[in-house]
Design a protein around this ligand. Structure first.
Ligand code: PLP
Ligand code: SF4
Length: 372
């Protein structure tokens, strides 16, 4: 018998209980919990060392969530790119397939706050429509199974989805996006890993935001997945008071590599309503990136992206290493702030019209943050 269903049942959900445990105003917590689903697994709650720490800030409801802060409910305009309720199809060759409304715990900063935890928005009955959409779109070669959290489905239900997708000839790769290894690592069993192994090439992207989340339990779960040949990636959200410190972020990314997870993205927090207290500046994100490249293993350095409001997709941001570029030379700054010159190919004048669009996005838009 698996132990995880029982652990999950013991989650903190009741606002009064949460208020009592953390010494908060029960009325306020009740109001917040009515607006956005609240749940904290006992395992994740046990990682909280004190009120307001980086683990606490991610999952404990905060009255600040009710402030009118200008944020929007669907910051990435996903609903606009949703041909059927379970699909978000924005890019040419890949799409998101939302198969589960629930999560093991609920992140207060979730982009899909409007949907997660609500079975009327993400429902098993939409899975068939999603499969049908994917079958009838041969340009789709990569399916990102998401939600909610797909690992909240039973092994049998998840296997149904994976095998249905695998039977579609034009689907090359499958990906699962999950925060279960962070919130409820006990859910990752040898049985689950053995089932997933049948559906290769399968990638799993996990979601860790702080070095304290890489516990022996999480390492065990990640190890099981890596051992069945699943390439593991990580997506982190840059959050105020959680990981908006270059040294904290560097430690997180190094610890991830140590448990065989390759950092994939750092997201600038989306413009979601009720999350202003968790957002930080883009300058801070660039400062974090500048403190990573060159200072630690290149494998530990993810892409820093803003998922563009309005549905523009992920846009990478890079500190200003390229200082100037001409037909003769490129002036560069290295990680330690020293300047170097790279000579261009000689005797071949480049077409000015063609050159322009390449240059504009490279520099001039970002200020080089101070070297730490
Ligand atoms: C993030 C995302 C993807 C996947 O993007 P990659 O850069 O390939 O990881 C696909 N569709 C949507 C709607 C997304 O938000
Ligand atoms: S686990 Fe993912 S989908 Fe679930 S609440 Fe957190 S960010 Fe949202």
């Amino acid at each position: 018998m698996d132990e995880w269903p029982q652990i999950l049942r013991g989650s903190l959900r009741n606002p009064d209980e949460i208020a009592k445990r953390f010494g908060l105003n029960a009325d306020e917590i009740r109001k917040v919990a009515r607006v956005f689903k609240t749940q904290i697994t006992p395992y994740y709650a046990s990682l909280i060392k004190q009120k307001g720490d980086p683990i606490y800030r991610q999952v404990v409801p905060d009255p600040a969530e009710l402030r009118k802060d200008g944020g929007v409910s669907d910051p990435l305009s996903e609903d606009q790119d949703s041909p059927v309720p379970s699909i978000v199809h924005r890019y040419p060759d890949r799409l998101l397939f939302l198969v589960s409304h629930s999560c093991a715990s609920y992140c207060r900063f979730c982009t899909r706050k409007r949907k997660v935890g609500d079975p009327s928005k993400i429902h098993p009955r939409y899975i068939e429509d999603g499969l049908e959409y994917i079958r009838s779109h041969p340009e789709v070669r990569d399916v990102i199974i998401s939600g909610g959290d797909p690992l909240m489905l039973s092994d049998a239900r998840l296997e149904y989805v994976l095998s249905a997708l695998r039977s579609i000839p034009h689907i090359e790769i499958l990906r699962i996006g999950t925060r279960v290894p962070c919130f409820l690592p006990q859910r990752v069993t040898a049985k689950l890993a053995a089932m997933l192994k049948k559906y290769h090439p399968l990638y799993v992207n996990v979601h860790f935001n702080h070095p304290d989340e890489i516990t022996p339990e999480a390492a065990r779960a990640l190890n099981l997945l890596a051992d069945v040949g699943i390439p593991l990636g990580n997506q982190t959200v840059l959050l105020k008071g959680v990981n908006d410190d270059p040294m904290v972020m560097k430690r997180l990314l190094q610890k991830l590599l140590y448990v065989r997870v390759r950092p994939y993205y750092i997201y600038q927090a989306d413009y979601v309503h009720g999350t202003e207290h968790l957002r930080t500046t883009v300058e801070k994100g660039l400062e974090v990136m500048d403190a990573l490249r060159g200072w630690t293993s290149g494998l530990a350095v993810p892409h820093y992206v803003i998922d563009a409001p309005g549905g523009g997709g992920k846009i990478p941001l890079i500190p200003a290493y390229l200082q100037s570029i001409s037909d003769e030379q490129v002036v560069l700054r290295n990680y330690a702030g020293e300047t170097f010159v790279y000579p261009q190919v000689r005797g071949k004048k480049k077409d000015k019209k063609e050159k322009q669009p390449f240059i504009t996005p490279c520099y001039g838009l970002t200020n080089a943050p101070p070297i730490p």
